[in-house]
Write a protein that binds this ligand. Structure first.
Ligand code: SAH
Ligand code: SF4
Ligand code: F3S
Length: 445
C-alpha cells in the first residue's frame, strides 16, 4: 500500500480535511497520486449536505467498481460526511466496490485503516468529542491561500442540516496551535489565511474568542490577508465587528448565511434569529466597515414555506442587496428534525422559486459589480487565467474575482488596478502600477 488517490467533494472544511489526510498519509510513507489508475487505494472525501451530493459519490463508486475489474487489488474508501451519515449501512450496500468507510474523526489512523481494509472491509465511524487534529500538520495545496480549520463539528442543529450528525459536537482548537499553523503557513509562502468552521465565530478555546484569534493573526509577519467562513448571525459579537474594523489585514467581506427572509421559516429552521435581528447586524456591519461586501446562503422550499414566505425572502434580498448568494433547493436529509416533517413544496415549485431567486440575485450582483467600474481596487494575484495566458486573475479585498492583462506579475503579489468592466461574476481591470518582478511572498506548497 503505497500510492493513494484522494478526491474531495463538499465544502472548504472537506478541502482542509483532505490536506490533513494528505499530511497523515505522507508521514506514513505513502505517496499521493493524480489518477485512480496509478493508485493502490482511492479515497473519496464526501459531502452529505444535500441528496445530490451523495448521488454524485454513488455514481463515482460505480466507476471505481468498473476499474476494480481490471485492478482487483484496488482499495476503495469513502471518507467524510457521507461516510459518517450512512455509517455501516454503506459497506454492505456497496460491498462489491467498497473496502473502507471512515468518518471525519477517524483520519489520524488512516494509514492503518487502509492496510486493514486490504484484508477485511473496515469501518471507523466513531465521532470523537475531543479530536481536533491540532497537532497534525496538513499538506497544503500550493497557492496563495492557506485554509486553517479553527473548529470542528456544529452544535446549532438547524432542523434541515445533517452536519451536527456527520461532524459531531463543536470543539475549538487552542489558539496557540492555530497561530503556530498560521506562522508555519507564512513561512511556507502562503500570504492569505482563511479560517474555517461551521459556525466559525463561535470559536472559543476556553481563554480566547474569535476576535482574539483575528487580532493575533493580524500580527503574523508575511500574512497580508485574513478571511473566514462561515459565521453564524447569532454569534456575531460587537467584539468581532470591532476586530474586523480595526485589523487592517482582515478583509472587508463577510459570508453571513441568512437561509430565509420569513420569521416563521427561520423559526422552523431553528436559526435562532429574526429578520429584524439579522437586518440590525447587517446595518452595524455596514456602518463599522465601509464598503464591506456581504454574501449569503438561502434555501427555498423548506417544509411549510408558503408563497408569502418565499416572497418575504425575495423582498428581503432586494432590501439587503447581498453582493452574491448561494441559493439552494431544500433537500430532506435523514436524521434531521425537518426530515420528519412532511414536505409541502413540490420539486417543480422549488425549481420555480429557485429560478426566480437566481434571476433576481443575478440582477443585484450585476448592479454591485457595475458600480465598481471606474473604481480602484487592490488585487491579490492568484495566477494565470485558466485557458488564457494573456490574463491574470485574482481577488479584490471584497473577494471579487478580477481579470487583468498578464504583465508578468507573479502570483502572491498585490496589484493596484482600475476596474474597466464587469459581469455578474467577474470584474475586468487595467493595472495602475508597474509590473513587479517578484511576489511579496513566494508561493507556498
Ligand atoms: N455552517 C454554515 C453552513 C454550512 S452548509 C452555516 O450555518 O452558515 C452550507 C449551506 O448549505 C447552508 O448555509 C444552507 O444554505 C445549505 N444547506 C444545508 N442543509 C441543506 C439542506 N438540507 N437542503 C438544502 N440546502 C442546505
Ligand atoms: Fe448546519 Fe446550522 Fe450547523 Fe450551519 S449552523 S452547519 S446550517 S446545523
Ligand atoms: Fe458537506 Fe460535510 Fe461540508 S456535509 S458541506 S462536506 S461539513
Amino acid at each position: 500500500m503505497k500510492r493513494v488517490f484522494l478526491e474531495t467533494y463538499g465544502c472548504q472544511m472537506n478541502v482542509a480535511d483532505s490536506e490533513l489526510m494528505a499530511g497523515v498519509l505522507e508521514r506514513a510513507g505513502m505517496e499521493l497520486v493524480d489518477t485512480p489508475a496509478d493508485a493502490d487505494a482511492v479515497i473519496l472525501n464526501t459531502c452529505a449536505i444535500r441528496e445530490h451530493a451523495e448521488l454524485r459519490v454513488i455514481g463515482r463508486l460505480g466507476e471505481f467498481a468498473h476499474l476494480k475489474l481490471s485492478k482487483p487489488d484496488l482499495i476503495v474508501g469513502v471518507a467524510g460526511c457521507m461516510a459518517q451519515h450512512l455509517r455501516s449501512k454503506l459497506l454492505p450496500k456497496k460491498k462489491r466496490v467498497l473496502d473502507l468507510v471512515v468518518g471525519p474523526d477517524g483520519y489520524r489512523d488512516l494509514p492503518n485503516l487502509l492496510r486493514q481494509a486490504a484484508n477485511v472491509p473496515t469501518a471507523e465511524i466513531r465521532l470523537d468529542r475531543d479530536e481536533t487534529y491540532g497537532d497534525l500538520e496538513p499538506k497544503r495545496a500550493p497557492g496563495v491561500r492557506a485554509w486553517v480549520t479553527v473548529q470542528r463539528g456544529c452544535d446549532k442543529f438547524c432542523t434541515y442540516c445533517v452536519v451536527p450528525y456527520t461532524r459531531g459536537r463543536e470543539r475549538s482548537l487552542p489558539m496557540a496551535d492555530l497561530i503556530r499553523q498560521v506562522e508555519h503557513a507564512s513561512e511556507q509562502g502562503f500570504c492569505e489565511i482563511v479560517f474555517l468552521g461551521q459556525t466559525v465565530n463561535s470559536y472559543h478555546d476556553g481563554d480566547h474568542d474569535f476576535a482574539d484569534l483575528l487580532r493575533a493573526t493580524n500580527e503574523v509577519p508575511g500574512i497580508v490577508r485574513i478571511r473566514y467562513t462561515s459565521p453564524h448571525p447569532s454569534d456575531l459579537s460587537e467584539r468581532l465587528i470591532a476586530a474586523m474594523a480595526e485589523c487592517e489585514k482582515v478583509m472587508p467581506h463577510m459570508h453571513l448565511p441568512l437561509q430565509s427572509g420569513s420569521d416563521a421559516v427561520l423559526s422552523a429552521m431553528n436559526r435562532t434569529y429574526s429578520i429584524a435581528e439579522y437586518d440590525a447586524l447587517l446595518s452595524r456591519l455596514r456602518a463599522a466597515i465601509p464598503h464591506i461586501a456581504v454574501t449569503t446562503d438561502m434555501i427555498v422550499g423548506f417544509p411549510g414555506e408558503s408563497d408569502a414566505d418565499f416572497e418575504a425572502s425575495m423582498a428581503y434580498m432586494r432590501q439587503a442587496r447581498f453582493d452574491s448568494a448561494f441559493l439552494f433547493k431544500y433537500s430532506a436529509r435523514p436524521d434531521t428534525r425537518a426530515y420528519k416533517t412532511a414536505e409541502t413544496v413540490s420539486e417543480e415549485e422549488k425549481g420555480r422559486r429557485l429560478t426566480v431567486m437566481i434571476d433576481q440575485q443575478h440582477q443585484i450582483s450585476g448592479e454591485h459589480n457595475d458600480a465598481w467600474v471606474g473604481r480602484e481596487a487592490e488585487v491579490l494575484i492568484e495566477g494565470i487565467s485558466h485557458g488564457d495566458e494573456s490574463q491574470l486573475h485574482g481577488k479584490t479585498r471584497e473577494f471579487k474575482t478580477v481579470v487583468v492583462a498578464n504583465d508578468g506579475t507573479p502570483a502572491g503579489s498585490l496589484k493596484r488596478v482600475r476596474v474597466t468592466g464587469a459581469t455578474t461574476m467577474t470584474l475586468f481591470a487595467e493595472a495602475l502600477d508597474a509590473p513587479r518582478r517578484e511576489a511579496l511572498v513566494t508561493i507556498g506548497g
